[in-house]
Design a protein around this ligand. Structure first.
Ligand code: SF4
Ligand code: SF4
Length: 376
């Protein structure tokens, strides 16, 4: 049995849940396409990140070779890999109402992912994040090899889950207590300017400790579902907190549900989906795995709150259908909202000149080859 991750409000829902009764299954008519759609989005985003990484490596190579290799433009999208810069830029923006000139894309992407979490729960984690994608396929590999994943005891799971919030609190404390002059000084310093190059170099020149840590993380991710995301990722922790206000949630219709418990077993976040009316938990990543396995028509949906059924509904089945009409989000709608947010806001940032860091090639020629010598 999976470790349950219900919030206090959800625990109350479980306590007040009516006793299970044998209900007639009204089988779903349309095939579920949520996982195919999500996989397509995950891999498209992964490919985009690989492309950006390769282009960025070529850009760095140009400066390291002192202009011998071919010049390619710096892909500003790599700023998405600088979440601390995104947080600092947010602080700068709040204090000055200006988008910073160094790594502005970090702020734009940070804003897009926060907006996605406000609209669609923590969909960023299970639909977009390349680390989330890698994490998911590692535990699926583990399940294939060992036929199961390790079940972390409840008390340990709870203690480990708090680590990501402690890390988040630490970063928020550092960034939001830094004097604004110090923050600007950091962002404009050589260290701040080539933070992206330092990040690339970290992975290019991994030392023994780095390799061992990554291998341990990968091994733990094979045996424990979403080890990194569930216990250590401060970015996901922030997205989860923001996602609490999302109007779209996983919602269960008790009349249509036949209490088979399949959703519960399928949930990688160990949420007691079959006992709740709606999932408010910060751990829900909107992966829709629960929806994919549900056999009953309109029993489980990723949706806005249901409509009130009118007296015109002639049967219980019609009443259930009326409740969720135009309220449940189709998987392609989730994909379309994410694409709209992503391409819309990136496009707006490009048009308004808030996407690229505009520094001279001469300056980069001075800084990039010496990136590892800058300390803060
Ligand atoms: S399976 Fe359902 S409840 Fe569990 S994380 Fe995914 S969407 Fe949320
Ligand atoms: S999968 Fe969950 S929501 Fe669907 S019928 Fe079974 S218990 Fe109910």
């Amino acid at each position: 049995m999976a470790t349950s991750t219900a919030s206090p409000a959800e625990a109350e829902q479980i306590a007040n849940a009516p006793a299970k009764s044998k209900k007639k299954l009204v089988r779903r008519l349309a095939a579920d396409r949520s996982q195919q759609t999500r996989r397509a989005v995950q891999f498209a985003f992964l490919l985009l990140n690989l492309f950006l990484g390769a282009q960025f490596a070529l850009w760095v190579r140009y400066f390291e070779s002192h202009g011998v290799t071919t010049y390619v433009d710096r892909p500003a999208g790599v700023d998405g890999w600088l979440p601390i810069a995104g947080l600092m830029n947010l602080r700068y923006f709040i204090a000055t109402r200006h988008i910073p000139e160094i790594h502005p894309a970090a702020l734009v992407l940070f804003g897009i992912f926060l907006a996605a979490s406000i609209l669609l729960k923590k969909a960023f984690c299970s639909w977009l994040c390349p680390v989330g994608t890698a994490s998911e396929y590692l535990w699926k590999l583990g399940r294939k090899i060992f036929h199961r994943n390790l079940n972390v005891p409840g008390w340990l799971d709870f203690a480990l889950r708090s680590l990501k919030y402690l890390l988040l609190a630490f970063f928020l404390f550092i960034v939001f207590t830094m004097p604004i002059d110090g923050l600007v000084g950091f962002l404009m310093s050589p260290f701040g300017i080539v933070a992206d190059v330092k990040m690339l170099n970290f992975f290019r020149y991994l030392g023994t400790i780095g390799i061992v840590v990554i291998m341990i993380m990968a091994a733990l991710s094979v045996v424990i579902q979403n080890f990194w995301c569930r216990y250590l990722c401060p970015y996901g922790a922030l997205m989860g907190i923001v996602s609490v206000i999302s109007p779209v949630k996983i919602r269960r219709d008790v009349e249509a549900c036949i209490d088979c418990g399949k959703c519960n077993k399928a949930c990688p976040s160990h949420l007691p989906v079959d006992k709740l009316i709606q999932i408010r938990s910060v751990e829900c990543t909107a992966c829709m795995e629960c929806v994919a396995v549900c056999p009953a028509e309109n029993a489980l949906q990723f949706s806005l709150s249901p409509q009130k059924a009118s007296a015109a509904e002639t049967s219980a089945q019609d009443a259930v259908a009326a409740r969720w009409k135009h309220r449940a989000l189709k998987p392609w709608t989730v994909a379309a909202v994410l694409a709209l947010l992503f391409f819309g806001l990136v496009g707006a940032a490009r048009i308004t000149g808030h996407w690229q860091t505009n520094l001279s090639r001469e300056l980069y020629m001075e800084l990039v080859p010496n990136a590892n010598s800058f300390e803060h």
